[in-house]
Design a protein around this ligand. Sequence first.
Ligand code: DX5
Ligand code: ZN
Length: 237
Amino acid sequence: MSEQRTPAETGPTPRVKVAPSVLSADFSRLGEHVAEVTRAGADYIHVDVMDGHFVPNITMGPVVVEGIRASTHLPLNVHLQIEEPDRFISDFIKAGADHIIIHSEACLHLHRVIHQIKDEGVQVGIAINPGTSLAAIEEVLCYVDIALVGTVNPGFGGQKLIPEALDKAARLKDILKERGFGPEIQADGGINADTAPAAVRSGATILVAGSAIFNKVESVEAAMKRLKDSIADVGGP
Ligand code: DX5
Ligand code: ZN
């Protein structure tokens, strides 16, 4: 009897993609910063939406997403750190979101909200905080395009990566392989040239980086190059 292999085992190793988070950009020139990081080779633009309830910070709504949409051709990877995200999904899609990522902790009816997003024809992501077990998302992994493993507690840029979250990403990678599911694993928080290689080795195929890309020390272009160079030996880009 021939050995059964799942698509995840036989498929090519996915190229690692970089999604700069505009949370750390200069908001007085957000459009310029988005255009700059687009030219510097970003794959997606990561947009952190916060409501002051789910996380202790307030950031941007659909009108800001609309402004970002006008400044880049890249897919907008919108991370909703808000309670009851189902109330705002259509607004963010109308504003130009290509990926809608919701938190398992913020949804009572996770299956329903995931399908609400899929029905609108965009990619769907499910996120978990560092303190949340993989069990919270196991039943929906078959539906999603992205599984976001929070590698810091959400709410702010510039925090230190929590190493145990990468162990969790590695366990997620094994589960996906075992079941033959294909979502990307997105690591978000504390990713920089020092931590990115470990994140990729743990299975991350999308790296979110905010303060490592938008900072006062180096240009966006130099920061992007440094981050990409750091993972050149472990899978890309
Ligand atoms: C945290 C956000 C992150 C944040 C990452 O709530 O989800 O996307 O912008 O910022 P850095 O890369 O600075 O940790
Ligand atoms: Zn984020």
